[in-house]
Design a protein around this ligand. Structure first.
Ligand SMILES: Nc1ncnc2c1ncn2[C@@H]1O[C@H](COP(=O)(O)OP(=O)(O)OP(=O)(O)O)[C@@H](O)[C@H]1O
Ligand SMILES: [Mg+2]
Length: 256
């Protein structure tokens, strides 16, 4: 199994508080890995460090043999061309059309609209949206459509690694299934490395591996297919939503 992203003793603090407390994780290449964890555990913070939106306090992020934490801004930009990021809330720009939202990276780099248009159409097709959405604005779309536009925008640069932050949160079960199947088929078609944060147990069947983040470290990493058989006390409690177990569930948790 080839590793696409290797996280070594990764730490991140805000003020005096460490959110990421020493994450060690090998993310397999060409596979879908899920990161689970309670709300506020630092899942988005972890993803943002991998993509370079947040600078780690210490530790290493190795991609293709290069430690991203040692690079200057120019070198980082080159590396980050490999990544695609699907934001937690689609994060579309309301004043731009679907065409402009999807093509924004290319349009901003000065590529002509006529050149960008067929590329946007191709991605729109990949996410099963019809061409008549091109000139619509995000406010005219449903939540599921917005997620798909967000996905198409991420795909426009043909990333080798895609990071998804809760791609199905807030969607009804049927739309959620459609998005899952879309991500899964792209995963198989494009052989990308996918890393997905989710609270959705339905996601497990589409994943290869599952990791659990708790108290700033990875408490579990294993095969997605056998997750329900695991007796690791953290994952056992978490996926069943149990009150009893090593993960604290009383009200003091929220006062941290
Ligand atoms: N830029 C920042 N500055 C200071 N604190 C931050 C910053 N970003 C996140 N945090 C804090 O880090 C902690 C983890 O946040 P994060 O958004 O990673 O949680 P999460 O696991 O993604 O939760 P959720 O499932 O609700 O999205 C929170 O306490 C948050 O307030
Ligand atoms: Mg989050």
């Amino acid at each position: 199994m080839t590793t696409a992203i290797k996280l070594i003793d990764l730490k991140k603090k805000f003020g005096d508080t460490f959110i990421t407390k020493g994450v060690n994780l090998n993310i397999p290449a060409g596979k879908m890995t899920i990161i689970l964890g309670r709300s506020g555990e630092g899942k988005s913070v972890l993803l943002k460090q991998i993509i370079g939106l947040l600078k780690p306090t210490s530790g290493s992020i190795i991609v293709d043999g290069v430690d991203l934490t040692t690079l200057n801004d120019y070198e980082l930009d080159q590396q980050f061309a490999k990544f695609g990021y699907v934001f937690q809330f689609a994060a579309l720009l309301d004043s731009l059309t679907v065409f402009e939202n999807i093509g924004i990276t290319l349009l901003e780099s000065g590529i002509n609209r006529d050149v960008v248009l067929p590329l946007v159409k191709e991605k729109l097709n990949m996410v099963n949206l019809s061409l008549d959405t091109l000139n619509k604005y995000p406010s005219e779309l449903s939540g599921g459509m917005r997620k798909r536009v967000g996905l198409a925008r991420t795909l426009i640069t043909n990333p080798k690694i895609i990071l998804y932050d809760e791609p199905t949160t807030g969607l009804d079960p049927i739309t959620s299934r459609v998005i899952h199947e879309l991500m899964y088929s792209m995963q198989n078609k494009l052989q990308v490395t996918s890393l997905m944060i989710t609270h959705d147990v339905e996601s497990f069947q589409y994943a290869d591996h599952i990791a659990l983040l708790h108290e700033g470290v990875i408490k579990y990493f294993g095969d997605a297919k056998t997750i329900w058989e695991s007796d690791n006390p953290y994952i056992y409690q978490f996926i069943r939503g149990l009150a009893q177990g090593p993960i604290q569930t009383d009200s003091t948790y929220f006062k941290k």
